[in-house]
Design a protein around this ligand. Structure first.
Ligand SMILES: [Zn+2]
Length: 381
């Protein structure tokens, strides 16, 4: 599937244009004698523009008959309108914005086809749900005494990211320092609070540069590793809220769970996969807690690489969205599933949705994308 901005533009109906203009601040429109819609001039006014912005559907062009006095397409209009509100967005963000409002969201397909269309009969649903009730897998646990080896103080790096002393202590975050091994220690516990592994956030530059930022910790001869695909980080602390709210938000990394502990305290309903994959075990653990809504909150995609063409990068973005759809599909037969996607440029590249604070996370949750059961047949543009 090829992503193509011209096809997005060509596919826009007058109704889509109405929706976009409404969102940009022209709540209604008028019509000229030829039947072209006329909107408020959102192009050069932050608010209250006069009806001097014409849209010519054949040409897919706008014309502002006052201040601007020129022609521009829908993407350019979005950029101008947003900048009037003090928000600078890129051309790509303008495309994403248009595609989202018009329901042409690339890899995520046409949103409207995903909403409320699961036709699973209640009994079948219950049957599947019951089957998922029992989790038989129990990972081996480690002796707790290893925790005494760690320096029980939080590292400045994470404090600096705004994670509180209290939370770092609650999650038993410490520090380990030996020749050739150094880093923030992150004990992993299962649902029943058993110590099943310890991961280390390396503080050795060479390791981090080589891509080994997070890895299992080795103390003496024991490697405190575990199958991350068989456990979700944070549940020993957050399972009660997850059961209470019947919701769960899945992050990639431990740190995001800690941040949400600060944002929400006892109401923290998050966990982390500690990779960018969601396994069937993960799904079954969450279903066993009775969740009815799942939010998939993976990190924002990487920036374009040097010499990577715009088209290539857009293809990669679509692939990333498809990957999220695949992960969502594990849950769609059972529960409502949403994906968070940063259409508005609220996050930096590779940020977790929790990295820019509580308000940003909630804004992303407000703009969540519902993923339905017919994933796989996306009508990408
Ligand atoms: Zn104008």
């Amino acid at each position: 599937m090829k992503y193509d901005k011209d096809r997005v533009k060509e596919s826009l109906t007058i109704e889509d244009i109405h929706k976009i203009l409404k969102d940009l601040g022209s709540e209604n429109n008028q019509w000229d004698q030829q039947g072209n819609p006329i909107y408020r001039t959102v192009c050069h006014n932050a608010a209250g523009g006069s009806y001097k912005l014409y849209y010519y559907h054949e040409a897919k062009q706008f014309h502002c008959y006052t201040e601007c006095g020129d022609n521009f397409d829908v993407f350019e209009l979005v950029i101008r309108a947003k900048s009037q509100k003090g928000i600078n967005i890129s051309f790509n963000q303008a495309i994403e914005y248009v595609a989202k409002i018009a329901g042409r969201t690339f890899g995520f397909g046409n949103r409207e086809t995903y909403i409320n269309n699961d036709l699973i009969d209640d009994w079948e649903w219950m049957g599947k749900f019951k089957k998922k009730k029992k989790i038989h897998i129990e990972l081996p646990s480690f002796n707790e005494t290893v925790l005494d080896v760690f320096v029980p103080y939080p590292h400045q790096l994470w404090l600096g990211e705004g994670i509180s002393h209290k939370t770092l202590k609650e999650f038993e975050i410490g520090y380990y320092f030996r020749p050739h091994t150094e880093g923030i220690t992150i004990p992993h516990r299962d649902l029943n609070n058993r110590l099943i592994g310890i991961r280390r956030r390396s503080m050795i530059k060479e390791e981090v540069d080589a891509g080994y930022k997070y890895m299992p910790l080795k103390v003496g001869n024991i490697l405190y590793n575990h199958q991350t695909m068989m456990n979700l980080y944070g549940l020993h602390k957050t399972k009660n809220s997850i059961e209470r709210f019947k919701k769960v938000l899945i992050f990639e990394s431990e740190k995001s769970v800690l941040k949400c502990q600060d944002f929400y305290g006892e109401s923290n309903f998050t966990c982390a996969v500690c990779s960018s994959n969601i396994s069937n075990f993960h799904r079954d653990i969450l279903l066993s807690l009775g969740v009815e809504e799942v939010f998939i909150a993976l990190d924002k995609y990487r920036p374009p690489k040097e010499h990577e063409t715009e088209e290539k990068y857009q293809q990669k973005l679509v692939e990333y969205q498809k990957k999220i759809l695949k992960l969502a599909a594990k849950f769609t037969p059972y529960v409502r599933v949403y994906a968070l996607w940063d259409y508005e440029g609220l996050l930096d590249y590779k940020d977790s949705p929790a990295d820019k604070g509580k308000e940003t996370l909630e804004e992303l949750m407000r703009r969540k994308i519902e993923i339905g059961t017919d994933e796989g047949e996306f009508n990408g543009v």
